[in-house]
Design a protein around this ligand. Structure first.
Ligand code: HEC
Ligand code: HEC
Ligand code: HEC
Ligand code: HEC
Ligand code: HEC
Ligand code: HEC
Length: 263
């Protein structure tokens, strides 16, 4: 996100009111920091109310171990054995099956309405996710137009034909070690690992749009961005992209209008 380029209220706040008295419970921190030690407290929290945390225990941001699991032994072994090139005492991504690879992201990216069973900090790659959370949406139909912050990228992707018909995972399109924000053309290249512009011969878009416009803008037409209703600055909400990859005729019209306007 960050596309409003301004300070903006978190989800759950009125857009035009500053409320410093609001409590940020440990369950926000489960997904937004790397560690916070829970402390019993009787707080009227918003999520997972009732829990406080020890301020000095906070480890900010999403660090390596949130995705790769505890690595102290790995670091010790590799440091003591610099000649050893095989990774020991760490779970590598390619050793995980597809569901486990997706769950590495699902612990934080399947929406904020799931019922947490225990703090997500303990989750390691390969763990059974249902020991940590009851997935709210596993069978519910996904409303791709009601997407927002905390918008269940997992459920939306799973509802797409790309997901059903291939082995696509989050890392097919995302390299989480790199900031790929707004690199529309780079994402299009990732689509073209499986597709090409011939998909548009029948509908004649290949005649209406130049090859460059068509091949650079896959996500404008097939993963459109919608305005957030939860994070709003002035009149506009932050733009959030849907992960329900599909055909959105209105979005195609917008791109066609934009291109003809430029001529
Ligand atoms: C948001 C999750 C996430 C974070 C944070 C993260 N990684 Fe990764 N990392 C991944 C994923 C996913 C892969 C697999 C990418 C692929 O193969 O497509 C990966 C791959 C790797 C690999 C290659 C071995 C393997 O498991 O496939 C190394 C080494 C690695 N990461 C180190 C790090 C280090 C060091 C940090 C912290 C500086 C870090 N990662 C932070 C998700 C993450
Ligand atoms: C520990 C929780 C956690 C895990 C695990 C995690 N993420 Fe995230 N991710 C976040 C949070 C929180 C943000 C929002 C950061 C912000 O905007 O301040 C985020 C943001 C992102 C973004 C948007 C970055 C941008 O350009 O704004 C992508 C893409 C993403 N994550 C992909 C992944 C993928 C893929 C995985 C699994 C390999 C993964 N994440 C695992 C918590 C997590
Ligand atoms: C289940 C994990 C989870 C929980 C719980 C959670 N968040 Fe998030 N939050 C995320 C992820 C992942 C993103 C970024 C991707 C997205 O928008 O879905 C995010 C995005 C945000 C953003 C937008 C960040 C930006 O760069 O614009 C804010 C603000 C935020 N969360 C605040 C909160 C607050 C406050 C709470 C508790 C009341 C909370 N979150 C609880 C996972 C979580
Ligand atoms: C790993 C391969 C793979 C990748 C990467 C991929 N897709 Fe797909 N996609 C598929 C498969 C398989 C289908 C289903 C084809 C079928 O059912 O005939 C599909 C279907 C589609 C459809 C038809 C959807 C519908 O509802 O009719 C669109 C549109 C689409 N993909 C666009 C994209 C875009 C845009 C990207 C990049 C953001 C992308 N795909 C990335 C494999 C992939
Ligand atoms: C077919 C390609 C594709 C796949 C697969 C995919 N994403 Fe994305 N994702 C994108 C694109 C394109 C964007 C928009 C990037 C931008 O505008 O900078 C995006 C944006 C995001 C964002 C930021 C949301 C926003 O708009 O603020 C998050 C978080 C994210 N993805 C998480 C995930 C997770 C988790 C998975 C696995 C369930 C996943 N993605 C799988 C293509 C994909
Ligand atoms: C200007 C909007 C637009 C752009 C840009 C665009 N598409 Fe499409 N795409 C469409 C429309 C509209 C359809 C539906 C065609 C139809 O109804 O036959 C479609 C259909 C598809 C299909 C399904 C074809 C089928 O046989 O069912 C795939 C796959 C696809 N697009 C992938 C992509 C990829 C990958 C890119 C980028 C290289 C891309 N599209 C760029 C609008 C667009």
């Amino acid at each position: 996100m960050g596309n409003t380029h301004s300070w903006i209220n978190s989800p759950g706040y009125a857009p035009n009111r500053i409320a410093f008295e609001r409590i940020i419970g440990t369950q926000c921190l489960d997904c937004h920091v790397s560690f916070a030690k829970q402390e019993p407290a009787d707080l009227p929290g918003y999520y997972g109310g009732g829990e406080g945390f020890e301020k000095t225990s906070l480890v900010y941001s999403i660090d390596c171990e949130r995705c790769h699991g505890p690595a102290a032994e790995h670091v010790k072994f590799q440091t003591e054995n610099p000649g050893e090139k095989a990774a020991r005492y760490i779970t590598t991504y390619k050793s995980l099956n597809r569901a486990q690879q997706i769950n590495m992201c699902a612990i934080c990216h399947s929406g904020a309405n799931n019922h947490m069973l225990k703090p997500a900090f303990g989750f390691k790659p390969g763990d059974t996710i249902t020991n940590y959370m009851r997935l709210f949406s596993s069978n519910a139909p996904v409303n791709y137009k009601a997407i927002d912050v905390h918008g269940n990228q997992i459920g939306l992707l799973q509802s797409s034909k790309c997901f059903i018909g291939s082995n696509i995972t989050c890392s097919t399109c995302h390299d989480t070690h790199v900031n790929d924000r707004d690199k529309v053309v780079l994402y299009a290249a990732r689509c073209m690992a499986c597709h090409n512009r011939d998909a548009h011969n029948e509908c004649k878009l290949t005649n209406q749009l130049s090859a460059a416009v068509l091949t650079n803008n896959c996500i404008s037409c097939h993963m459109p961005a919608f305005s957030s209703k939860l994070i709003v600055a002035g009149q506009s909400g932050a733009l959030i992209r849907t992960h329900h990859i599909a055909i959105y005729p209105e979005e195609t019209q917008k791109v066609l209008a934009m291109v003809s306007g430029k001529k």
